[in-house]
Design a protein around this ligand. Structure first.
Ligand code: ZN
Length: 99
């Protein structure tokens, strides 16, 4: 499955190929067309921890991206996701798991 880089939906469909022969995809949820980026790699937890520290230092996103080797796009989304999760924690009204 290929996840949409915009909304992370997995309702994506193949949408032909682009000029260089790469598979193009289209997201059925937000309509975005995209090509899978072979340079996109999973960001490991150590890197995320480092990014969290750097964010606290008020470094620019561009600076953090350079230092940690992640893409600015990824970093922007990471920060947005964090921002979204902080002020309004969406808690599912379910019992707490385990303990
Ligand atoms: Zn989408």
């Amino acid at each position: 499955m290929v996840a949409c880089p915009s909304c992370e939906s997995q309702r994506t469909v193949k949408n032909g190929r682009i000029h260089n022969g790469k598979q193009n995809y289209r997201c059925r949820d937000c309509g975005r067309q995209f090509v899978q980026d072979p340079q996109t790699k999973v960001i490991d937890q150590a890197t995320k921890d480092l990014i969290d520290k750097l964010l606290l230092e008020r470094l620019s996103l561009a600076g953090i991206a350079r230092v940690t080797g992640v893409s600015e796009l990824w970093l922007q989304r990471y920060v947005n996701a964090k921002d979204a999760s902080v002020p309004r924690p969406v808690t599912v009204s379910a019992k707490k798991k385990g303990a």
